[in-house]
Design a protein around this ligand. Structure first.
Ligand SMILES: [Zn+2]
Length: 133
């Protein structure tokens, strides 16, 4: 149930921001989840939909992206996205990352561990109530 507690944190952050800026509705929430954080993006999205019920974010479009870590290989110099293995042990043990080019495990890993609310799009009430119609 790690995903639920993460979703609750995201929900609180989003609703707090919405309150501070007096928005009418949260339209869109984009979230980046690092693959090494071991959170399941589908689960997080599912819980967010539940938690946003009866709030200003009820109809928000939620998109959760899984972000690959960047690896730097000390053996062959490769620098780029590292693929996270998705075998059954993945959720139990930290994945053993390898260089995608030479399969060395002598690598430095950057990113891929963080959860970031990347974008928040909101609808504001029209100031002064001046309608254009
Ligand atoms: Zn390499």
């Amino acid at each position: 149930m790690h995903e639920l507690s993460l979703a609750m944190q995201i929900q609180q952050t989003v609703l707090k921001a919405a309150l501070e800026h007096e928005v009418q509705a949260v339209v869109e929430v984009d979230i980046d989840i690092g693959k090494l954080s071991l959170f399941n993006p589908d689960q997080v999205e599912f819980w967010l939909h539940q938690l946003f019920l009866d709030t200003v974010a009820e109809h928000a479009e939620i998109s959760v992206a899984a972000i690959s870590p960047t690896v730097k290989c000390a053996d062959c110099g490769y620098e780029g996205a590292g693929e996270v293995p998705t075998d059954s042990g993945f959720h139990i043990f930290m994945p053993a990352l390898r260089c995608p080019r030479c399969e060395s495990s002598n690598i430095a890993v950057e990113g891929g561990r963080d959860v970031v609310i990347k974008n928040l799009r909101v609808a504001k009430a029209a100031p002064g109530g001046g309608a254009h119609a």
